[in-house]
Write a protein that binds this ligand. Structure first.
Ligand code: SF4
Ligand code: MG
Length: 327
């Protein structure tokens, strides 16, 4: 099996009302996104808020149903949310959110919650539960005595470790992490990201790592997809994206990431309004903020095309190599 997860042409629309009496109009949060994730690899999804990243993440797990396109996980079409078939898959694909306090039940101890998936998915016999919970806690760097504590008795970083331990309990093959460290102190972020990376390596877990923060993504992703207003505008290996970004939006994002020991030269400041799905510009949606925009950009949507070995970009100014085939 080449792909663990495959998404084709995903579309998700929601209704937005302009003003109190306005007619609800459909707004595309995710607009024709296709991607693949191989076993054990990390796909970073980056973009500003409003780019559709979180909606995409929930669609990849079948929590939000796509209105167009489909998701195939382990060779099987994603079952409808909440059905027994979907719940059966749930053990193998887990979600880690930004806010661990919201993800945890304040009335249950950390150990009780880390063990929950073991009960739900009946992955091990009851008598092995305590040992497995202890193993999971050790794996995420929690002390045994912290198992008896309640969420509010732990720090933010410790809570997120507990959420990650719980997500790993059922031995998933895919983790979708939506801004998993954005709520944590910067000093803690790297620790949690490094821990995630180690756990993922050891257990051969694939990860979709959603973040607005390129510094964090750079540290963990094998490949990076850049989203703007519901579409992928560039995708390549992490090395390639950070060394030679092609799309003007990616260039601006990458240029704002500090590289240790290097001055921020050639920094491109993003001008104009951040993306607003309710107000999609014509043609290339990035054109109001792009210094290269011309008439073609304002009138025609650029297709996501192969722009070199293992990379795609959606920009009229990016030349496709002579031997490229359509993405
Ligand atoms: Fe800029 Fe035009 Fe490329 Fe869009 S298509 S990113 S407006 S150059
Ligand atoms: Mg989000």
């Amino acid at each position: 099996m080449a792909h663990l997860l495959e998404a084709r042409d995903l579309v998700r629309t929601y209704q937005v009302r302009r003003g109190l009496l306005g007619k609800p109009t459909p707004v595309r949060a995710v607009d024709g996104v296709s991607l693949t994730v191989r076993p054990g690899e990390t796909l970073g999804i980056v973009g500003e808020s409003g780019s559709g990243k979180s909606t995409l993440g929930r669609m990849l797990l079948g929590i939000d149903a796509p209105q167009g396109g489909d998701v195939v996980f382990e060779g099987q079409a994603m079952p409808e949310f909440g059905t027994p078939q979907w719940r059966a898959l749930r053990a193998r694909m887990q979600l880690v959110y930004q806010d661990p306090l919201a993800a945890l039940d304040r009335r249950l101890t950390i150990a009780q919650q880390i063990g929950e998936p073991l009960d739900i998915h009946k992955v091990i016999p009851k008598e092995h539960r305590a040992a497995r919970v202890a193993e999971l806690m050790a794996a995420v760097g929690l002390r045994p005595d912290q198992g008896g504590r309640y969420p509010h008795e732990l720090s933010g970083g410790q809570r997120q470790r507990a959420v990650i331990a719980r997500a790993l309990a059922s031995r998933p093959k895919l983790l979708v992490c939506d801004e998993p460290v954005s709520a944590l102190d910067v000093s803690i972020q790297a620790q949690v990201v490094n821990m995630l990376r180690d756990l993922q390596d050891m257990n051969n877990i694939a990860m979709v790592f959603i973040s607005h923060d390129l510094k964090v993504v750079r540290n963990i992703a094998d490949r990076v997809a850049v989203m703007y207003l519901g579409r992928i505008v560039e995708e390549a290996s992490s090395d390639v994206i950070f060394k030679t970004p092609l799309h003007p939006y990616t260039k601006a994002l990458v240029s704002s990431v500090p590289v240790p020991g290097k001055m921020l030269e050639g920094r491109v400041i993003l001008q104009g309004e951040p993306p607003n799905p309710a107000n999609r510009p014509s043609g290339c949606a990035f054109h109001p903020r792009c210094s290269l925009a011309n008439d073609l950009c304002r009138s025609r949507v650029p297709a996501l095309l192969v722009a070199g070995e293992g990379r795609t970009a959606a920009c009229h100014m990016v030349e496709a190599p002579a031997d490229a085939v359509a993405a």
